[in-house]
Write a protein that binds this ligand. Structure first.
Ligand SMILES: O=C(O)c1ccccc1N[C@@H]1O[C@H](COP(=O)(O)O)[C@@H](O)[C@H]1O
Length: 215
């Protein structure tokens, strides 16, 4: 199971979370977010991470030029599109960033949102499902109604996000397991404050996930 921990802002926390078992770390490149980190800070952190850890920049409704520039400057291995990016936008990014993982986040408001997944699934590497919030794009701590996911079978790997915590992770995964379910993404559920990760909660998360292997 792929585990991505998002909203990393501090080097020591990034290294500790990678050691605890995260395969991917996320860096918020959305200036309005309290978890925003500059390309210089991201680069400083990623240069000191183990090479096998994915380094994902999270963007929302920005220009393709900005994403390309930050990807190079920060040495990212992937980009997460968390806004209203169109399928054509994803195609263009794919052309300009060969070899970089493209993750399209869908903020799930109703079951109809899940129908749009098919359009993106053939254009991006990974889909990510997050909860819809009327005023915030992400990091909201809101959960998706997991019952909606029973029939979700996209053509590409997908990650579950939105309000996941060490306490609800096993129930969430239970609802999500199906075709191409690839892992989970957590941010505010393992934090002391926005951008300040709680290593005790991250350790608890991995302890709880280890129970999956025993079933
Ligand atoms: O975390 C943010 O501040 C953020 C800002 C803008 C877009 C996305 C953001 N975070 C992403 O939101 C999801 C879910 O977060 P949570 O677990 O509910 O707190 C996650 O993928 C973050 O990458």
């Amino acid at each position: 199971m792929r585990v991505k921990i998002c909203g990393i802002t501090k080097l020591d926390q990034g290294i500790a979370i990678a050691r605890l078992g995260a395969q991917a770390l996320g860096f918020i490149c959305v200036p309005a977010s309290p978890r925003y980190v500059s390309p210089e800070t991201i680069r400083f952190i990623v240069e000191q991470l183990p090479e096998n850890v994915d380094r994902i920049g999270v963007f929302a409704n920005t220009t393709i030029e900005n994403i390309c520039q930050v990807t190079v400057e920060s040495n990212l291995s992937g980009v997460q599109l968390h806004g209203d990016e169109t399928p054509e936008y994803c195609d263009r990014l794919r052309e300009l960033l060969p070899g970089i993982e493209i993750i399209k986040a869908l903020r799930v408001k109703t079951p109809e949102t899940l129908e749009t997944a098919a359009i993106y699934a053939v254009r991006v590497d990974t889909l990510l499902l997050d909860a819809y919030h009327p005023h915030q794009l992400g990091g909201t701590g809101k959960t998706i109604d997991w019952m909606m996911l029973a029939e979700f079978r996209p053509q590409c790997p997908w990650l579950l996000a939105g309000g996941l915590t060490p306490d609800n992770i096993l129930n969430a995964i239970d609802s999500a397991i199906g075709n191409n379910f690839n892992g989970v993404d957590l941010s505010s559920g393992v934090e002391i404050a926005p951008g300040d990760k709680d290593l005790t909660k991250v350790a608890q998360l991995f302890a709880n996930l280890s129970q999956l292997a025993h079933h």
